[in-house]
Design a protein around this ligand. Structure first.
Ligand SMILES: *Cc1c(COP(=O)(O)O)cnc(C)c1O
Length: 438
């Protein structure tokens, strides 16, 4: 594909129009697991009272044990989403009204709103330009006497540098929650995500590496935190008395319970996970071997964790090398590529940036409107204790607004010929990059 040709953006023939194959992870194993649950006829066996069924049915409990084994932690607590898992984790951490929770701005919104559920105040710290995760140094700058917890997000599939973060947390007596939604099966220096901090939270949403449609899992090695997570998941207020729980802090529960069908699917998904991750890594390696060297484009760097499970493949683009705007370039790439089966509505799975730094959401710009004028966040904001202003996290802003290009075209199911079309699209755009300068 070295000959010059008109870019599809300008009416040329696209590299490919036939849809890319779907990422299909649900198969016969899940079908028979679901049939087993349907035959049994018990689709959930949680009871919101102090009773053996407080812990849920057989599928939920088997799934939790299996997840804990894989994550090398003592407890798995199944929940119905990563979002609800984060809420439960913030509650279990003992966050009180006005307590500050330090979090990355470069993540899905729930990582930051979790603090608000218990009237905490999200405080955004900047990210590392190579891993896009929080670092001990950026966290340290934001610690005050009100800081209670840190939510570290292993974004894009790579763990944050947890060693120094845990050391800092010990120094200041802070609870560390890992948001592992994008990093199941990832490791940090050989140790699985979810057991690096005090609690880890995973997502089983359809978009993630493995899924149950909707679902989630919280992991911990701490018996007390496990009990608090189980209580918040399942109507704590109706359980504490008979269970003999005397610490009533945050003991107002929710219904964050996972169903038996989802748990049965999750059990099978967990078994498939390692192969799916391996296939994904191989696809990335193949793509990178072909894309390396395109001017201005850098492949993702694997940092101190020593591992990456590539929820997305985040490329770093430096506009100054080619003089071509990132927006123009991404538009040109999309024009060369087709949509992916099952996700046709999303367009070609190539994107610019990831999410706007979260402090730019209306919620953080007008906390008094969203959370109420007397809410701790509104008061802290009005008093100037916390800032959600532009420029707060320059590295995250630069990543989102000028440098990062993401794609998901490395998911298993993509065959060599499909990957070659991705490579052809990149090469065609770069070989004809002059057309984008006009
Ligand atoms: C997907 C995601 C979530 C939310 O997960 P749900 O299971 O959909 O609630 C939270 N944090 C991150 C980083 C995510 O990618």
């Amino acid at each position: 594909m070295s000959n010059s040709s008109t870019l599809a953006l300008y009416g040329g023939k696209p590299v490919r129009t036939r849809l890319f194959p779907a990422y299909r992870v649900i198969g016969e194993e899940e079908k028979s697991a679901v049939a087993r649950v349907l035959d049994r006829g018990i689709l959930s066996r949680f009871l919101g009272a102090w009773h053996p069924d407080f812990f849920g049915g057989p599928e939920v409990q088997a799934f939790e044990k299996s997840w804990a084994n894989v994550s090398k932690v003592k407890h798995g607590i199944a929940v119905n989403s990563n979002t609800s898992g984060l809420y439960a984790a913030v509650g279990a951490a003992g966050v009180q009204p006005g307590d500050e929770v330090i979090v990355s701005p470069y993540t899905m919104a729930a990582s930051a709103t979790a603090a608000l559920i218990f009237n905490g105040v999200p405080v955004f710290a900047d990210i590392d330009p190579q891993t896009y995760c929080l670092t001990a140094d950026t966290i340290r700058e934001r610690i005050t006497e009100r800081t209670r917890a840190i939510i570290v997000v292993h974004i894009f599939g790579q763990c944050a540098d947890m060693g120094p973060i845990m050391e800092l947390a010990r120094e200041h007596n802070l609870v560390v929650i890992e948001d592992c939604a994008q990093a199941p099966f990832a490791s940090y220096k050989g140790q699985p995500a979810g057991g690096l901090g005090h609690m880890g939270v995973f997502s089983l949403n359809y978009h993630k590496h493995i899924h149950t449609g909707e679902g989630g899992m919280v992991t911990t090695n701490d018996d007390r935190l496990a009990e608090r997570l189980q209580l918040i998941r399942n109507h704590a207020e109706a359980v504490v008395e008979k269970k003999g729980v005397v610490d009533l802090s945050n003991m107002i529960g929710f219904n964050f319970r996972l169903g038996e069908i989802e748990a049965a699917i999750g059990f099978e998904q967990l078994r498939k996970g390692p192969q799916l991750i391996e296939a994904r890594k191989e696809n990335v390696q193949y793509l990178e071997s072909k894309l390396v060297g395109l001017p201005g484009l850098s492949m993702p760097k694997v940092g101190p964790a020593g591992d990456h499970v590539y929820y997305v493949h985040a490329l770093d683009f430096d506009e100054s090398v080619t003089g071509v705007q990132r927006a123009k370039l991404v538009e040109a790439l999309k024009a060369e590529l087709p949509c992916t089966e099952l996700r046709e509505g999303e367009g070609p799975l190539v994107g610019m940036g990831y999410v706007r730094p979260l402090y730019m959401l209306p919620l953080f710009r007008q906390p008094e409107a969203a959370a109420g004028p007397n809410s701790p966040i509104a008061r802290a904001h009005a008093a100037g204790q916390v800032s959600y202003a532009d420029g707060l996290c320059p590295v995250a802003e630069k990543a989102h607004f000028s440098r990062v290009i993401t794609h998901e075209l490395m998911r298993p199911g993509m065959r060599r010929e499909d990957l070659d079309d991705v490579v052809n699209a990149f090469q065609k755009v770069w070989h004809n990059i002059n057309q984008l300068r006009t």
